[in-house]
Design a protein around this ligand. Structure first.
Ligand SMILES: Nc1ncnc2c1ncn2[C@@H]1O[C@H](COP(=O)(O)OP(=O)(O)OP(=O)(O)O)[C@@H](O)[C@H]1O
Ligand SMILES: [Mg+2]
Length: 340
């Protein structure tokens, strides 16, 4: 069986093909030009997706050694994401499935991230603790099976990736901020700077906006002219990153004490962070759990995770009609809430 996965929710166009259970192509075209604007410009993103999606699909078929008629199932990201960007990949995929008369599977982008650990050789084992840390989401989940995803907690304000991007902006490091903060943190000299980890009403929820404000206050008090020496930027980056890792690990540890899981899987763009990896490695070791963090190409947005989630849903017998639309068809917050 050959399944195509198409992703276009933000600033990556990606087409992947899973053939008889094996990932045979995963092409990712990143829209790097947004860096000059300090963030993703939705209209420019949609136009760039439009230009690249068709050639990328053809290239993916070539890489997989397949003809268009060999495609058995088409999956595409339906949301959440930028609506104009989503519509490009989604409509392309829907048209493709319709013309080939094969099943079409709309995929929730976050569910794609959640199961991205299954693209690795060492896969998570059910039930696992899912930690989604991306540009738009921060979620703690109990994943009992492919179709039972329970939300334990989420951010009450900023997402983890968003906090990385905003702090990077304060430090004048550019966009996207995550990789820059990581680099600066690695090069930092030891320092006394500590930023607080916010408490939340619900024990599994996260909050990053207070941390962001603490960083801003620290910078305003210590560098009122906004002239921050590189050496100091490194120290602040490290202290900020440590605070994020602490906030994530603290909630995850509580969940590990409460729920008997076999694995921990940390996914999404921020899972690429070396400090995050170290923090969760220590936690996994302490509690005797296996830890699965996807490799770099599967942490950020990619078609492979969409093809994989499409495959899971198809094999579970989920049926979707061509009347399914992007974004409105899949509510943002649809994970199971009770009877954990
Ligand atoms: N090494 C890193 N350290 C920390 N953050 C990182 C690193 N690499 C990427 N990020 C962050 O990951 C985020 C992008 O991740 P991803 O592509 O999964 O998010 P998104 O698709 O924009 O959001 P969502 O998946 O919630 O819709 C950005 O905020 C970026 O700064
Ligand atoms: Mg994403």
């Amino acid at each position: 069986m050959n399944i195509v996965g198409i992703e276009s929710s933000c600033d990556e166009t990606s087409v992947a093909i899973i053939s008889d259970g094996k990932l045979v192509s995963n092409l990712i075209a990143s829209q790097d030009f947004h860096t000059q604007y300090g963030g993703v410009v939705p209209e420019l993103s949609s136009r760039a997706h439009l230009q690249i999606v068709s050639p990328l699909f053809k290239q993916s078929l070539k890489e997989a050694g397949l003809e268009i008629a060999d495609i058995d199932v088409v999956a595409a990201t339906a949301g959440p994401g930028l609506i104009g960007a989503l519509l490009v990949g989604f409509s392309f995929a829907k048209g493709l499935a319709y013309s080939l008369n094969v099943p079409f599977i709309p995929v929730n982008h976050i569910e794609g991230h959640i199961f991205s650990g299954f693209l690795m050789k060492e896969k998570p084992e059910f039930p696992f603790l899912g930690v989604v840390i991306s540009g738009g989401h921060t979620l703690l989940l109990l994943v009992k099976s492919e179709l039972e995803i329970y939300k334990l907690g989420s951010t009450i304000d900023d997402a983890a990736g968003e906090a990385f991007d905003k702090v990077a902006k304060m430090l004048g490091l550019g966009y996207p901020g995550g990789p820059k903060i990581q680099q600066y943190a690695i090069e930092a000299e030891p320092s006394e700077i500590r930023f607080p980890v916010a408490r939340t009403k619900s024990e599994f929820d996260f909050s990053f906006s207070g941390l962001k404000t603490s960083v801003l206050r620290y910078l305003q008090e210590n560098f009122p002219d906004n002239n921050i020496p590189e050496k100091e930027k490194r120290k602040v980056a490290k202290a900020f990153q440590d605070a994020v890792v602490k906030a994530l690990s603290k909630r995850a540890e509580k969940a590990l004490k409460r729920f008997d899981v076999k694995s921990i899987s940390v996914v999404g763009g921020v899972a690429a962070n070396s400090g995050v990896k170290d923090g969760f490695s220590m936690l996994a070791k302490k509690y005797g759990k296996t830890l699965v963090i996807p490799s770099l190409e599967y942490c950020g947005d990619n078609g492979a995770m969409i093809a994989l989630r499409g495959k899971q849903l198809f094999e579970a017998g989920k049926k979707f009609g061509f009347e399914t639309n992007a974004f409105p068809a899949l509510p943002h917050n649809h994970f199971l809430q009770s009877d954990v």
